[in-house]
Design a protein around this ligand. Structure first.
Ligand SMILES: Cc1ncc(C[n+]2csc(CCOP(=O)(O)OP(=O)(O)O)c2C)c(N)n1
Ligand code: SF4
Ligand code: SF4
Length: 616
């Protein structure tokens, strides 16, 4: 890391994604420290920033820690960047609200990358609400150019108003690319002494009471600033139609009604009342177009400003696009809607068959779910690649809510589940098992496991440890032995940690060995105390694990499809020349894990090439 030098980065313009542009903006603004926990669509911000020299970047075990690291650094006097996906801000909400009260010595920008449409998230909450809730300024860039520009400006805003700034992107602004004008790096101020000002920085009731009025006054001052903020701009066109919008939606509206008049808001909390009132007076009809919540609309209506169309024209759900915006405005009778967007899409575009998500061939999670399905236990799952254990052919995960919840939910369920009547052996279908990944365990599973031990829980927790944060692209974590900057680090010893939390039964298994997995799980399910099983094997994608491939002997294959219970994409069903159903393995896809071979009763699946030192 740290490969981008000052000279390499001095092109006048570059085409960057929104995430790359934010990283660039942070570098230009002289950011000294950045912390984040990965989460789509935010992850690439820190990965990109780590490539620049002069910025210290680290993966935190969770978003709360990232927020606190950032708050500490900005309190110490260095500009900082903290990034997360929208649900991450729920985890970081506690320090985020406090950072709004205490303010800072040097600028702090918090990026919330929201995911309307839930491309890779468990909900689609609108985090603009957090800005209002925590009373901090909110900036919403529309494209990469603005993402960079707003990031640089956010640091001045942060320092001028003594507040963290929330920079909110959405999947479209984070991941789409556009032109960005580049600038040089501002020199960060050296941090030599720590400011001791407990009335400002130590939030006990007496001090917080003095800070709260300042926070409210700050909102008033920011609203005044918003009136002339260069990111809130009026673009007058056809005076019959006025549209107020922000973020990626501005682009959709521009395409949908190219000649309309626009009030494009870059700063969306607090809002500029005079500017909006003036814009209202210049247009015949006023529409507010926004994705997810009626955040702008409600604030504008509360100002007593009349709106001709808001959320009732557009859905509260999912992502908007130019076609949806055009259709809704046309339905509302708005003149000048782009006719091209109203025509149905060309029927020549074929309906492509859907491809359901599944584990990579050779994934270390596969064998575990084959066994969990067989055992028919109730699986309280968590968030990671292993959540795909809920899908066919396994269907072996029955609930999953938010990161870290698996173990605590298992505990809650087990505490209320009645034991079988008359002392009968418990039905495995009523046994609750928690399944959690290593990164998720470090994120927020540790406290839940401590709770199980502390409160006398008797549940079984399976930690699927593949030594990476696979789902978000394979980021290092406290168990992988390496930092974001590629330096060797302390590595958490998960079995020792579980024991230290108070769990006496801790077993490590090889998830590829189906017999071992089943034997150990049966033993642990029968135990009358809490236990942890660690299914340990590296992520084959991240660590490029390839063993000699397996092949099916067509003579021995009887087509009973047992091997397909592995759910591996390298296995294909075909009909042979005699019309018999057979399975074959695509050697280009097979990672040589051997799970399918263990499922075949006919012993028709064996390694195509024997590993060295073993006879045939
Ligand atoms: C609060 C929160 N932060 C981040 C994410 C994004 N995210 C989903 S799963 C996951 C971690 C997956 O890693 P791990 O638990 O080790 O499982 P793996 O994917 O490696 O199997 C992350 C970071 C999220 N869903 N929620
Ligand atoms: S990325 Fe790794 S953990 Fe995720 S499905 Fe592929 S092999 Fe499994
Ligand atoms: S051995 Fe079987 S299950 Fe494993 S990757 Fe190859 S085809 Fe898939």
């Amino acid at each position: 890391m740290g490969s981008k030098t000052e000279t390499e980065t001095m092109d006048a313009v570059q085409i960057l994604s929104g995430n790359e542009a934010i990283a660039r903006g942070a570098w230009e603004a002289g950011v000294k420290l950045a912390a984040a926990y990965p989460g789509t669509p935010s992850t690439e911000i820190l990965e990109t920033l780590a490539e620049y020299e002069d910025v210290y970047c680290e993966w935190s075990p969770n978003e709360k820690v990232a927020m606190e690291v950032g708050t500490g650094a900005s309190m110490a006097g260095a500009r900082t960047l903290v990034c997360m996906k929208h649900v991450g801000l729920n985890v970081a909400a506690d320090p985020f609200f406090s950072s709004s009260y205490v303010g800072l010595e040097a600028g702090m920008v918090v990026v919330s990358a929201d995911d309307p449409g839930m491309h890779s998230s468990q909900d689609e909450q609108d985090n603009r609400n957090y800005a209002k809730f925590a009373r901090v300024p909110l900036l919403e860039p529309s494209d990469s150019g603005e993402a960079k520009e707003f990031t640089v400006a956010a640091y001045d805003l942060s320092e001028r108003f003594d507040t963290p700034v929330l920079l909110r992107t959405t999947t479209r602004t984070s991941h789409s690319k556009s032109i960005v004008a580049l600038g040089g790096r501002q020199s960060p101020k050296p941090v030599t002494t720590l400011v001791r000002d407990p009335v400002k920085y130590l939030m006990m009731p007496a001090n917080a009471t003095t800070r709260h009025p300042l926070v409210e006054q700050r909102v008033v001052d920011l609203a005044e600033y918003a009136e002339t903020c260069p990111f809130n701009r009026v673009e007058m066109g056809d005076p019959r139609v006025g549209i107020i919008t922000s973020g990626a939606i501005y682009g959709y509206c521009r395409e949908a009604v190219p000649d309309a008049s626009f009030l494009k808001l870059g700063m969306t909390f607090p809002l500029p009342k005079r500017l909006i009132t003036e814009f209202r007076s210049k247009v015949e009809r006023l529409y507010v177009v926004e994705e997810l919540d009626p955040f702008l609309e409600e604030a504008i209506r509360l100002m007593g400003i009349e709106i001709d169309g808001g959320k009732e024209l557009n859905t509260l759900l999912g992502e908007l696009n130019a076609r949806l915006v055009a259709a809704s405005l046309s339905k509302a009778g708005v003149p000048g809607v782009n006719e091209d967007l109203l025509r149905p899409l060309s029927p020549e575009i074929p309906d492509l068959p859907g491809r359901p998500p599944t584990f990579c061939p050779g994934c270390s999670h596969r064998g575990l779910f084959v066994v969990l399905k067989k055992l028919r236990v109730f699986v309280s799952g968590d968030i990671g690649c292993y959540t795909m254990g809920s899908l066919p052919p396994y269907n072996a995960m029955h609930c999953s809510t938010c990161m870290g919840a698996s173990i605590s939910m298992t505990h809650g369920m087990a505490k209320v589940l009645e034991p079988p009547a008359g002392g009968a052996k418990p039905d495995l279908r009523n046994k609750v098992v928690g399944v959690i990944g290593d990164s998720t365990f470090f994120h927020s599973g540790i406290t839940s496991l401590m709770n199980v031990a502390y409160n006398g829980g008797k549940t079984l927790t399976i930690i699927v440890d593949n030594s990476t944060t696979a789902m978000t692209g394979g980021q290092d974590n406290p168990g992988s032995g390496k930092t974001l900057l590629g330096e060797p680090s302390a590595t958490v010893d998960i079995p020792a940690l579980c024991r230290a939390l108070g769990i006496d039964r801790v077993t490590t298994i090889d998830p590829y060995d189906l017999e071992e997995v089943e034997r150990v799980l049966r033993e642990e399910l029968a135990a009358d105390e809490a236990s942890v099983v660690i299914a340990k094997a590296p992520c084959v994608l991240q660590f490029k694990v390839r063993k000699p491939v397996y092949r099916v002997d067509p003579e021995l294959c009887n087509g009973d499809k047992r091997c397909l219970q592995a759910g591996c994409g390298a296995l294909n069903l075909y009909i042979d020349a005699d019309g018999k159903r057979k399975v074959e393995i695509d050697p280009a896809d097979c990672a040589g894990c051997g799970v399918c071979s263990q499922l075949c009763k006919e012993k028709a699946i064996a390694r195509a090439v024997q590993p060295e030192g073993k006879g045939s």
